[in-house]
Structures are given as structure tokens and as C-alpha cells.
Ligand binder design. Structure first.
Ligand code: ADP
Length: 191
């Protein structure tokens, strides 16, 4: 099984590359952001709770996110592997994820970061906001909140996965196809 965490700041291209890797390796793509947006749109109980945070650019509380993730994993087993996009985003989530992976006898292959600098990210997010209509992409304030949340809560995961010898990173700047090639080269070396 190939189980990957795609890691990176908001706007680093996780969604685009995750959907490419999903097709290439036949994986199940779990994007916590997409699951939240789907639930918000259909106004489920989960969606109503999540909306309070996502619309401000803040992270949704860990307990809500973790139980949603376990549910998604459970529903998709058995499969060839998972690509996690947007999860984990806190040390608490990473610890809980380890427990869930053990519970379902899944091995984490690698955490791969897409590396992009903040100025380029702001540009990409504002551009995406015009096309996608995503509320959290449309204001500089919300984008800055998300980048701050990343710095405070998500960045520490780099050291966390480095200690587990599971952390890798590729440049997320350039043509989409070139970035995909960088990811494939790395993954082919790992499997
Ligand atoms: P981006 O990475 O571009 O910010 P996502 O689609 O991954 O966008 O996430 C959108 C929003 O969903 C986040 O700003 C946050 O509010 C919420 N979210 C997604 N994943 C998580 C998570 N693992 N923990 C908490 N909140 C999350």
C-alpha cells in the first residue's frame, strides 16, 4: 500500500497534485478541506459546525476533524492506498492519525511537502478566489489568518515527521507537470 500525506501551506498546490497522484497510483484522495466544503454546502451538522471556523480562515477543532477523517478512511477500505491532503494540520491530529493508521493496519509511506514562498502563495490564493468563489480566498485578512495558523500549528509537523524519518519536500514552484514529475521521481525512489 502507498499511503502519502501531502503537506504544504494554503495555496501550495496540494489539491492539484493530490488528484494527479490519486489517478497515477489508484489511491483514495481524502481532502479535509473538500469534505468540509461539501458538508457546509449540504448544511449537515458537521458542516454547520465547521463553517464557523473555515469562514474565518481558522482551523476546525481537532476532535471534529479527527473523527471525520477516521470515518473517511473506514468508508474507503479496502483500497490501494490513501493520499491525505490537508490532514494532519496539528501535532494532536498527527498523533491521532498514527493511532488510526495502526488500528486499520496502514503504514505511512511518506509525508511530502510542496515548498512555495508566502508572496507567491498570496498571489495564487487571491487569483483562485476570483475563479472558485471560495470565501476564504477572497480577502487578504483571511489568507493571512490561514498562513498564521499554518505557522503556529502546522509547521511543527515538519520536525515531527523528520524525527520519524518520513519527511520529504519538493519545490512547488513552476509548471504543474514539472511539479508532478518531481513528486513521481521522489515516490518511485521510496517504493
Ligand atoms: P487551504 O489549504 O488552501 O487553506 P483547505 O481546502 O485544505 O484549504 O482547507 C480549507 C479550510 O478547512 C481550512 O482553512 C480549515 O478551516 C479547514 N480545514 C481543512 N483541513 C483541516 C484540518 N486538518 N484541521 C482543521 N481544519 C481544517
Amino acid at each position: 500500500m502507498l499511503n502519502l500525506i501531502l503537506f504544504g501551506k494554503p495555496g501550495s498546490g496540494k489539491g492539484t497534485q493530490a488528484s494527479f497522484l490519486k489517478n497515477k497510483y489508484g489511491l483514495v484522495h481524502i481532502s479535509t478541506g473538500d469534505v468540509f466544503r461539501k458538508n457546509i454546502k449540504t448544511e449537515t451538522e458537521l458542516g454547520l459546525k465547521a463553517k464557523l471556523y473555515t469562514e474565518k480562515g481558522e482551523l476546525v477543532p481537532d476532535q471534529i476533524t479527527v473523527s471525520m477523517l477516521e470515518n473517511e478512511i473506514k468508508q474507503n477500505l479496502p483500497c490501494l492506498g490513501f493520499i491525505f491532503d490537508g490532514f494532519p494540520r496539528t501535532i494532536y491530529q498527527a498523533n491521532e492519525m498514527n493511532k488510526i493508521l495502526t488500528k486499520y493496519v496502514l503504514d505511512l509511506t511518506a509525508t511530502i511537502a510542496l515548498d512555495v514562498d508566502d508572496n507567491l502563495l498570496k498571489e495564487r490564493l487571491l487569483k483562485r478566489g476570483k475563479i472558485s468563489g471560495r470565501a476564504d480566498d477572497q480577502s487578504v485578512d483571511k489568507i493571512l489568518t490561514r498562513l498564521n495558523e499554518y505557522r503556529k500549528k502546522t509547521q511543527p509537523l515538519i520536525e515531527y515527521y523528520e524525527k520519524m524519518n518520513k519527511f520529504y519536500s519538493v519545490s512547488g514552484v513552476g509548471e504543474i507537470n514539472d511539479i508532478s514529475k518531481r513528486l513521481i521521481d521522489l515516490i518511485e525512489n521510496l517504493i
